[in-house]
Design a binder for this molecule. Structure first.
Ligand code: SF4
Length: 497
C-alpha cells in the first residue's frame, strides 16, 4: 500500500466516490447530532464511558485473567493469540476439527485486521460475510472503507451491478428482476444469506465488549444477521481484541448508551446479543474465544497513545473528519481508517513503514474527532505525539528528508545571533525584490512568491507563500527603539487595533 498522500491523490480524483462519501457522512452526521442533542447530560455520559474503558485498560492483565476464568467456568474454551497468524490458525483448527469447508461470519473488525478470510481461504475454507455491507464488499472483491458502513463508497446502482454479476458465484443468484431499490436489494441479500445461515455448522464473530465478571460477550448490530450467526450454528468462534474487556456487567451501561447514538444516530441499536459460554440445548454447543493481542500491548505501553484502546469503533470520528470525507477509507491502507486509523495503526504497528508513518499526517488537526468521540479520545493530541515519534524514528536516516535538512539549517542559524542577523538581511532583501518585481499578489496587495520550482513546488502547489517582510522585528526594534521613536506610524497602528 502506498503512503497516504499518494493513495489519497487517487481517491480525490474519483468524483463519484467523493459524492457518495459526502452524501453518506453528511446524513449520518446530522442524525448523530440530533440524537446526541436529546441527551441532557451527554458530557457526563462521555466521561463515564471513558472512565470505564480507562479502568479496564489500567488493570488489563487482571481483567483478562478474570475474563478467562469466567469464560472457562461457563463452558467456553479460551485461546490466546499473540499475533494475526496465531489467531487465524486457532479459527482454522476449530473449523478443520469439524470437517467444514465454510463458515458464516458476523461483521468483525478484529477478523478483518488479522485477515482471517484470506487465511481460511488458503486452507480451503470459505468465510461468508453476512452483514449486508460486508457482503457487498466481499462480492465486489473490494475492501471496506468505513468502520460502520464498509460499502459507504458504493451507490445503489453499483450494488445492483455487483449482485447481478457476482451473487451466483457464491450461492443463490440475484433475481432477474433486481432493481436498485434498497428494499429489493436487501431482499436479494436476505435470500442469498438465508441459505448460508441454515447450512453453516461453524460461525465466526467478533465482540463489541467482553465482560470479565461474567464471561459475557456482547455484539451490537442492526440487521439481525449477527443474531442468526450467534444462535444457529453448532460451533461459535469469537475473535476478540484484548482491549474489549470491561470489568463488570454494570459498566456496560454507559457504553451501550453511547455507542448507538454515536454510530448510527439511533437511540438504541436494533439487536444487542449477549452470550455467556455454552447453554445446553440452546445456541452453539461449542464456544471458542480467541483473545488477540496483535500490537495492542505495544499501544498500551505508549503513555500518550494508550487512550486509543478505549475506542468502541463507533466511527463518529470518521463522519466528521474533513480529510476522511474527501479521501474515503481505502487511502488509509487499513481496516481502521479515518482519525482512529491514523493513530491506531501506528500505535499497534510501530514506526518504520513509510505507509504507517504517513498516517499521523493525514489530518488537519481541526479537533472535530475529539469533539464527537464518545469515550473522549484526544485524537489530535495522539496525532501530534505520533508525528514526533515518526520524526525521531527518521533522525538517523542515511538520506535525510528535505524537511529534516531545512530544520537543521534553521537550528544552525537560530543558535547564533550573527548568523540569524545575516539570514534576516537576506530574507529582507528577497522581500524587497519580490515586492518590486513580483507580479503575484495576495488579497490585500501583499506580494507572494507564486509557484516555487523543485521540491518547493509541492508546498506552493497548495498554499500561498507571502514575500518575506522587508524588515525583521529585531531590525525594526533597533531602528525605532521598540516603537518609542517611530512616531505617527505607531500610533496609527495602535488606533487600528
Ligand atoms: S475514536 Fe472515538 S469516535 Fe472514533 S471510532 Fe473510536 S470511539 Fe468512535
Amino acid at each position: 500500500m502506498p503512503p497516504f498522500p499518494t493513495a489519497a491523490r487517487q481517491a480525490l480524483a474519483d468524483t463519484q466516490l467523493r459524492h457518495n462519501l459526502a452524501h453518506a457522512t453528511g446524513t449520518i452526521r446530522a442524525k448523530r447530532a440530533k440524537v446526541v442533542g436529546e441527551v441532557e447530560h451527554w458530557e457526563d455520559l462521555r466521561l463515564a464511558g471513558a472512565a470505564v474503558k480507562a479502568r479496564a485498560l489500567a488493570d488489563l492483565e487482571t481483567n483478562l485473567v478474570r475474563l478467562e476464568e469466567s469464560l472457562t467456568a461457563q463452558g467456553a474454551t479460551v485461546h490466546w493469540a499473540r499475533d494475526a497468524a496465531e489467531a487465524c490458525e486457532v479459527v482454522a483448527r476449530v473449523a478443520r476439527s469439524h470437517d467444514v469447508d465454510e463458515v458464516v461470519k458476523v461483521k468483525s473488525m478484529a477478523t478483518q485486521e488479522i485477515e482471517l478470510n484470506e487465511a481460511l481461504q488458503a486452507q480451503g475454507i470459505a468465510a461468508w460475510e453476512t452483514d449486508l455491507a460486508e457482503l457487498i464488499v466481499q462480492l465486489g472483491d473490494d475492501l471496506p472503507s468505513h468502520i460502520l458502513v464498509p460499502a459507504i463508497h458504493r451507490n445503489r446502482a453499483e450494488i445492483r451491478e455487483i449482485f447481478r454479476s457476482k451473487m451466483a458465484g457464491s450461492g443463490r443468484p440475484a433475481p432477474d428482476d433486481l432493481t436498485d431499490e434498497p428494499a429489493v436489494l436487501a431482499g436479494a441479500a436476505r435470500q442469498h444469506l438465508r441459505e448460508k445461515f441454515l447450512r453453516a455448522k461453524v460461525a465466526v464473530s467478533g465482540a463489541n465488549f467482553a465482560v470479565a465478571e461474567t464471561g459475557t460477550l456482547v455484539v451490537v448490530e442492526s440487521e439481525g444477521n449477527g443474531r442468526m450467526c450467534l444462535t444457529l450454528p453448532e460451533v461459535l468462534v469469537s475473535v476478540v481484541g484484548i482491549e474489549k474487556v470491561v470489568p463488570t456487567f454494570a459498566e456496560l451501561d454507559p457504553l451501550l448508551r453511547l455507542l448507538p447514538r454515536s454510530s448510527t444516530g439511533e437511540r438504541m441499536n436494533p439487536y444487542t446479543s449477549m452470550w455467556t459460554g455454552v447453554t445446553p440445548g440452546d445456541g452453539p454447543q461449542e464456544v471458542h474465544v480467541v483473545l488477540v493481542d496483535n500490537g495492542r500491548t505495544r499501544a498500551l505501553a505508549d503513555e500518550v497513545g494508550r487512550q486509543a484502546l478505549r475506542c468502541i469503533r463507533c466511527s463518529a470520528c470518521l463522519n466528521v473528519c474533513p480529510v476522511y470525507e474527501r479521501t474515503g477509507g481505502h487511502a488509509y491502507g487499513s481496516v481502521y481508517p479515518g482519525p482512529i486509523g491514523a493513530i491506531l495503526n501506528p500505535l499497534m504497528r510501530g514506526q518504520g513503514d513509510p505507509q504507517v508513518d504517513s498516517l499521523p499526517y493525514a489530518s488537519s488537526l481541526c479537533g472535530a474527532c475529539f469533539e464527537v468521540c464518545p469515550v473522549r479520545i484526544d485524537i489530535p493530541e495522539v496525532l501530534v505525539h505520533l508525528r514526533s515519534k515518526v520524526v525521531d524514528a527518521h533522525r538517523d536516516d542515511r538520506v535525510p528528508k528535505a524537511e529534516a535538512v531545512a530544520m537543521k539549517s534553521t537550528a544552525w542559524a537560530f543558535t547564533d545571533a550573527k548568523r540569524l542577523a545575516a539570514g534576516e538581511r537576506l530574507s529582507g532583501l528577497a522581500g524587497r525584490v519580490l515586492t518590486r518585481v513580483g507580479k503575484a499578489r495576495l488579497p490585500g496587495g501583499r506580494a507572494t512568491a507564486g509557484r516555487l520550482p523543485g521540491p518547493g513546488a509541492a508546498w506552493t502547489g497548495a498554499r500561498d507563500m507571502p514575500a518575506p517582510p522587508r524588515e525583521s522585528f529585531r531590525a525594526w526594534w533597533r531602528r525605532t527603539d521598540g516603537g518609542r521613536s517611530e512616531g505617527s506610524g505607531q500610533s496609527e497602528q495602535k488606533g487600528g487595533e
